[in-house]
Design a protein around this ligand. Sequence first.
Ligand code: ATP
Ligand code: MG
Ligand code: MG
Ligand code: MG
Length: 570
Amino acid sequence: MFLRTLREDPADAEVPSHKLLVRAGYVRRVAPGIYSWLPLGLQVLRNVEEVVRQEMNGIGAQEIHFPALLPREPYEQSNRWTEYGPLLFRLQDRKGADMLLGPTHEELFTLTVKGEYNSYKDYPVMLYQIQTKYRDEERPRAGILRGREFVMKDSYSFDIDDDGLSNSYRLHRDAYVRIFDRVGLRYVIVAATSGAMGGSASEEFLAESPTGEDTFVRSTDSDYAANVEAVVTPVPAAESIEDKPAAQVHHTPGTPTIESLVDFLNAAEMGRTFTAADTLKNVLVKTREPGAEKWEMLAVAVPGDREVDFKRLEAAVEPAEVELVDEADFAANPFLVKGYIGPKALQDNGIRYLADPRVVSGTAWVTGADQAGHHVVDLVCGRDFTPDGTIEAAEVREGDAAPDGGGTLVAARGIEIGHIFQLGRKYADAFGLDALGQDGKPKRITMGSYGVGVSRLVAAIAEQSHDELGLVWPREVAPADVHVVIAGKDEAVREGGERLAAELDEAGLRVLLDDRTSSPGVKFADAELVGVPTILVVGKGLAKGVVEVKDRRTGDREEIDVDKAVGHLV
Ligand code: ATP
Ligand code: MG
Ligand code: MG
Ligand code: MG
């Protein structure tokens, strides 16, 4: 076995899974967010992949495999060449043609189905791949938890109508429940926003963990659970944007001036009047040209704090989504930072921002709070929130009543391990994916997209399943079933250990055999660190005909007859 364990935590590791996966010899860092899988790690990764593959096949999805190295054109056509910003790894071939390393593959799946199928009779179809994805994450962290190269299972459903899509979505949701149950995770399913994928209905699977980067709320008394980015609060009737005169639905084309922004804020009737001399920490305005594809978010620093605010906002801007005005422009127009700012980036910078990118046509309710938690500003602008008229964002705090009317909210953190979306027709529209309907007329296909972070799962499981001695794998994903430790240099002990390992192997168990000449203490410590569910110690007791079986999770030990060992463990 190619394995070297480490006594010390790696200097760059902060979270348990990162420390332990490196110390136990599962992964090795090559560059930030880029890791090699050593034999034990690769085994766990393959086991997770296999669970995912079985459950995908189980719902009738078919496995295919796309290249990771892709031409620019399809991503240009879907506008994601631009939308993804610096998150996308871009490169050029020797002829100077633009290429990218796939961050997710909606474009390719859509084009492929379009290339092969053309009649309603061909549908529905579900396809998936388990593949290496590339995202130049701003903050790769925690080892394989947030990599720049990582393994994702992505599947896509193609249906003729909305009922079909609901069905494909439900099949995936159920399969995900089985996958995450099988790999032994504690997780929640929460309402989510759909981010860069576009589309409408969407849920995330979050593995509960204090090291997670997502915050979710869940109700004490009902099934309600949501990522805080996606809390749905119905608009109180009196505040309905529809009730506001059209004049207040205000968009300022071109570059806003401080006066026009103050007008804008006042038009939004937030219960107070703003003036150009106001000191506001941050005002976030989300607007959209009618009919235009893109959101524009303007972050404004108003006199009093402008230096500080500009710096902070600059830090808050997600480069993936922003085109910042440069310093010179800013000096000329000190009240404006123009660009797209992601909710996550804002939250990372201490600004509670809870608007939902699903908002479809022209408005958002934005709540900002500074790092000290002071309320800064609530802003309602524009109109037409979501198709069903709710505001898909509000500030939520622990202890708030739940939006569904049942219980109070408690907040916790989680690791996003899966994400399912009803994409609808966004990509089918971009690529003209139609099927000839029964009536002979073309019908636009509707799609779903469903991701599982396969490599992230390895870390998420380790995050939930370890103790002070090391990793504690659930059997389904463990690199082996039994870890046989030969404790002693005695020839009879060595032979007995090897024989037992061979018998266990023949009985169908996956066996890791530690036959090194190191001291028993070193071997025991390594067995705890590596985390195989059962540790079988072959040592002095063999002379009396007994071996020791230790349950890695509970720590329970028992002596059993060496003759009964195999029967005991299968
Ligand atoms: P995150 O919010 O953590 O950045 P995401 O919402 O950008 O994830 P999706 O586009 O929904 O990710 O991708 C599907 C799944 O791929 C995610 O649910 C997650 O499990 C996994 N994933 C995404 N980014 C990474 C990454 N950088 N490293 C490892 N796994 C990732
Ligand atoms: Mg992401
Ligand atoms: Mg996410
Ligand atoms: Mg996601």
